[in-house]
Design a protein around this ligand. Structure first.
Ligand code: ZN
Length: 242
């Protein structure tokens, strides 16, 4: 089975469509949350994921839009964007977000999907070997797909150690018996210094993960953000990949 794994799309429809357009034929699209927040087209992003039959999980921004307490912890720009999003989504979009589970293991697979981490599915940044080790203890499957940091990354068990591997474009990982956390990076707001949309292709039959990047019309998304009155700093950072 070929699976596209997308995370942190953040209402960036141009980036999402560039990714979907580059996929070719896949059997499934899995997402790791933060469908909305920051960007200008929340309802259209949710609709597109619905169209492709995506399954996935709730992110902290999705939770905030649905009225979770989490907006209090946001920085000012993120809070403005969350409030803007709340007032620009329809009931069907909200219902879709509200129904997202905090974690899911697709039937017949050995992959758990979470936004943050197994022990704190919405909020924890799994960005260190220490955090990876602690989370392995509560991970119920062999592999875990995580987002939230917006940085493509691998943490893998290796003997008694955890190795941290930066997942550069075209990186490949053979999935063997070693347990691992795989982060596809962000579709809609990359933060690893590369502004192109980042995602992951899983070949569950061959046991292989491949990281991909695709360019999209960043200027069009920025223009839509400014026209919507979203914070200009959020638009600018898309050019920087930070
Ligand atoms: Zn995010």
């Amino acid at each position: 089975m070929l699976v596209a794994v997308l995370s942190d799309i953040h209402s960036n429809l141009k980036a999402l469509d560039a990714v979907l357009g580059s996929l070719g034929t896949v059997d499934a699209v899995w997402h790791l949350g933060d469908l909305v927040g920051y960007g200008p087209e929340p309802a259209a992003v949710v609709e597109r994921l619905r169209q492709v039959g995506s399954i996935g999980v709730l992110g902290n921004h999705d939770d905030a839009i649905c009225g979770g307490e989490s907006i209090e912890g946001f920085n000012p720009d993120a809070r403005i964007a969350a409030e803007w999003t709340r007032s620009h989504v329809d009931a069907a979009t909200l219902a879709y977000l509200e129904a997202l589970p905090e974690q899911v293991t697709p039937e017949g697979t050995d992959f758990t999907l979470v936004h943050g981490s197994p022990r704190e599915p919405i909020w924890e940044y799994l960005d260190s070997r220490f955090a990876a080790r602690e989370n392995l203890a509560v991970l119920g499957s062999r592999y875990c797909l995580i987002g939230h940091t917006h940085v493509p990354m691998i943490f893998r068990e290796n003997g008694g150690h955890i190795e941290a591997i930066a997942a550069d474009p075209e990186s490949r990982l053979e999935l063997d018996e070693r347990r691992a956390f795989l982060n596809p990076g962000s579709v809609g707001q990359p933060r690893d210094g590369d502004p192109t949309a980042s995602y992951l292709i899983l070949d569950t039959t061959a046991g292989r993960a491949t990281w991909q990047r695709v360019a999209y019309d960043i200027g069009a998304t920025q223009k839509a953000m400014l026209a919507a009155g979203l914070p200009s700093r959020l638009a600018r950072r898309l050019s920087l990949g930070r």
